[in-house]
Design a protein around this ligand. Structure first.
Ligand SMILES: [Mg+2]
Length: 430
């Protein structure tokens, strides 16, 4: 039985990947037929996304002369350790945490560079913003890795594997960095899968195939198994995760205490920890600075509608809605104002956001003399955010026709870019 598939990047492997997936393959440009949604597998909604050789890759991006060379980032003094090595350097056996002196012996022609953390942090923020645009539940683990829970975004993607491919693609195109992704029913399995997917791959573990995936792996893949624990397990004759799963829990507990019980749970693929977002987004917004200041009402309202639509699309992409709508206005004098209104019911649709934003802007402008009615920048944001209810039906049922139409727009935008489609017809609406 096919338990997982792997893409190792490049067009050929994507073709291979498509040949292996045991589900009907839809062109991602075509929305699934209602009858097909039952075949689409959402049993593995947790992603572990991990950038490949992150520090070394940022060094290569910042100095293209390093492309294809064995780059080793680490303490350049005699006593330092390697913090990151490009895949070219790994071929010589160099890896993170290795003393630099040893790395020099293994790879005498390696290019050793001192770490430049401000550059890594800046790049990490760019990547994190992309993660945030895929899910409201993102738990960063380090500068180069995070868990994403896609359960709130399931109306937007055919399945989690498609979302993982899209995330990889988006990260590469926006930042030049290569991402590997593990897709699994829980955090532990997703993390194991991303490690095996490297470099430049996606590995999916389906819920019905967890043991086939996990049990042949060596015990080193279990979380919390360091050198000491490995020695204890080996003394018990346990070599693979499957061995640990079959070992009586009592024996493990006797050898390792409560740690043993935790290992037994992981070895059978169980991990019920939630993806815990680092910090919930406080607002979702969009703004635009105009090449020429806007003076006509129709221009201003047109811009406001575009911005409302963009914000609505971002809210839906994260499975959230909000109660407070804020309009930001910068006049040609550079004076900047903001006006907000909080609604009793939450809103996530372009029409709802636009309706309130328009009232706020009209009221703001009504007592301004014509000389003060020239707008340099407009912004719309929604705050006071909450997640959709688990069924996520409620939000759509309020305005069912807009829900469906806007979701279709989201899918098309994801494929062809944010400005591919807009609400042009709405401009005459009021
Ligand atoms: Mg990494």
């Amino acid at each position: 039985m096919l338990w997982a598939w792997r893409a190792s990047g490049g067009e050929n492997s994507v073709r291979l990947l498509r040949a292996l997936v045991p589900l009907p393959i839809l062109d991602p440009r075509i929305l699934p037929e209602p009858g097909l949604t039952a075949l689409i597998d959402w049993s593995s909604p947790i992603l572990h996304a991990d950038l490949d050789a992150f520090y070394a890759s940022v060094e290569v991006l910042n100095n293209p002369a390093l492309q294809g060379r064995p780059v080793i980032v680490g303490g350049t003094s005699g006593r330092g350790v390697v913090t990151s090595a490009s895949y070219e350097a790994r071929r010589y056996g160099v890896h993170s945490a290795m003393p630099t002196a040893r790395a020099r012996r293994l790879c005498p022609n390696g290019i050793f560079v001192a770490p430049s953390f401000p550059a890594y942090i800046a790049k990490s923020r760019e990547v994190e913003a992309l993660f945030d645009s895929f899910s409201v539940a993102v738990e960063p683990l380090a500068l180069d890795e995070a868990f994403l829970d896609l359960r709130r975004a399931r109306r937007l993607w055919r399945d989690p594997a498609t979302a993982a491919e899209a995330l990889k693609d988006r990260v590469l195109r926006s930042t030049g960095l290569v991402l590997s992704v593990g897709v699994a029913p829980n955090k532990f399995l997703a993390k194991v899968a991303s490690r095996l997917a490297k470099p430049d791959g996606v590995l999916v573990v389906r819920a019905g195939a967890v043991e086939d995936f996990l049990h042949p792996l060596p015990i080193g893949h279990l979380w919390g198994v360091g050198k000491q624990t490995a020695v204890v397990l080996q003394r018990l004759g346990l070599r693979t995760i499957g061995d640990v799963a079959c070992c009586p829990a009592l024996l493990l507990e006797r050898a390792l205490g409560s740690h043993g019980a935790a290992l037994a749970r992981l070895a059978s693929g169980h991990d019920d920890r939630d993806v815990v977002p680092d910090q919930a987004a406080k607002s979702v917004g969009a703004e635009e600075t105009f090449e020429e200041d806007l003076a006509e009402d129709t221009q201003m309202l047109g811009a406001l509608l575009r911005l409302s639509d963009r914000v609505a699309s971002r809210l839906r992409a994260q499975g959230i809605s909000g109660h407070t709508i804020t309009v930001k206005v910068r006049l040609s004098s550079f004076d900047t104002f903001s006006r907000s209104r909080t609604l009793k019911s939450e809103v996530d649709g372009a029409t709802g956001i636009y309706g309130v934003a328009r009232e706020l802007l009209v009221k703001f402008l009504e007592d301004k003399p014509p000389s003060r009615r020239r707008i340099r920048l407009l912004g719309v944001s929604v705050s006071n955010l909450s997640q959709w209810p688990a069924s996520d039906q409620m939000v759509f049922d309020q305005q069912p026709e807009w829900g469906a139409a806007e979701l279709a727009l989201d899918r098309i935008r994801r494929r062809f870019g944010e400005d591919a489609l807009g609400f042009g017809a709405l401009l005459d609406d009021g």
